[in-house]
Design a protein around this ligand. Structure first.
Ligand code: NDP
Ligand code: 8X3
Length: 252
């Protein structure tokens, strides 16, 4: 029987790339995100290409009832999850604190912190019942450092960093591994979402240097997930070679 990975935010970027890598490695997948059409497209493609089973579950991680109903509604055999990749997340806006949008703040906190908690609450209980599991949280360099106008996004990723450490302590007696992967700049839909569809502004973020690709992160997550049973990578920061710190990118 194939192992199972549950990936949140699998409709784009890093989550979608993880779906490809874990399918290639023979995992059955539970893919989640709000855009059902994209989930179904990815699922059909991976099922055809790798002959793995793919379940899709479309919900908004900000909505606690939707999270619990959709996840608990999965058939029992799908709850034997080996790896949870807590990837769904986003940034909204890049404004100094005094001009920040209340709505943007709510969206980031509700998605990156509360959404991650809701999913983890459900799946960690499955893992405890199963007696195994690995939770991999997508942090960010923004969870290690703070940069100008990054205020609330950075705060949410610092919260992920803290939750990652807390989860590892709480789940230790149950033999569940907990890891955070903290990337620097990865070219995905992230900046387009941050700048609310402004593609030109988003493109400029990655000009003059080679950013990471979603595949770079997915392969790293696969490395983390495929260590022997007695080995856990607690925390991993991964940057483009051209990036030294959150705010220090060398552009040609
Ligand atoms: P993308 O915008 O390409 O993908 C984000 C994913 O999150 C989408 O699948 C989206 O699905 C999902 N998502 C967002 N909001 C919700 C929601 N409310 N409910 C359910 N799913 C949601 O960005 P990335 O792939 O770059 O980002 C993935 C993770 O990596 C995020 O946590 C991000 O903070 C983190 N990260 C990204 C970096 C980067 O430079 N790109 C660097 C460091 C960390 P849908 O819209 O269909 O719901
Ligand atoms: C995404 C990377 O530097 O834009 O988390 O915050 S950054």
């Amino acid at each position: 029987m194939n192992k199972i990975a549950l990936i949140t935010g699998a409709t784009a970027g890093i989550g979608e790339a993880c779906a490809h890598v874990f399918a290639r490695e023979g995992y059955n997948l539970i893919l989640t995100g709000r855009r059902l059409d994209r989930l179904e497209k990815v699922a059909h493609h991976l099922n055809d290409k790798y002959n793995v089973e793919v379940a899709v579950s479309s919900f908004d991680v900000r909505n606690r009832e939707q999270v619990v109903e959709n996840l608990e509604g999965l058939p029992a055999e799908w709850k034997k999850v080996n790896v949870l990749i807590n990837n769904a997340g986003l940034s909204q806006g890049l404004d100094p604190i005094q001009n920040g949008s209340y709505d943007d703040w709510d969206t980031m906190i509700d998605t990156n912190v509360k959404g991650l908690l809701y999913v983890s609450r459900v799946v960690s209980n499955w893992m405890i019942g199963n007696g195994y599991g690995h939770i991999i949280n997508l942090g960010s360099i923004a969870g290690k450092e703070v940069y100008a106008n990054g205020n609330v996004y950075c705060a949410t990723k610092h919260a992920v960093d803290a939750l990652n450490k807390g989860m590892r302590i709480d789940l230790l007696p149950h033999g569940i591994k907990v890891t955070a992967v903290h990337p620097g700049a990865v070219e995905t839909e992230f900046s387009e979402v941050r700048f609310k569809g402004d593609k030109d502004r988003a493109k400029k973020v990655y000009e003059g240097f080679e950013p990471l690709a979603a595949d770079d992160i997915a392969e790293t997550i696969w490395f983390v997930a495929s260590r022997p049973a007695h080995v856990n990578i607690n925390d991993l920061v991964i940057m483009p070679t051209a990036q030294a710190t959150a705010g220090n990118i060398f552009r040609k």
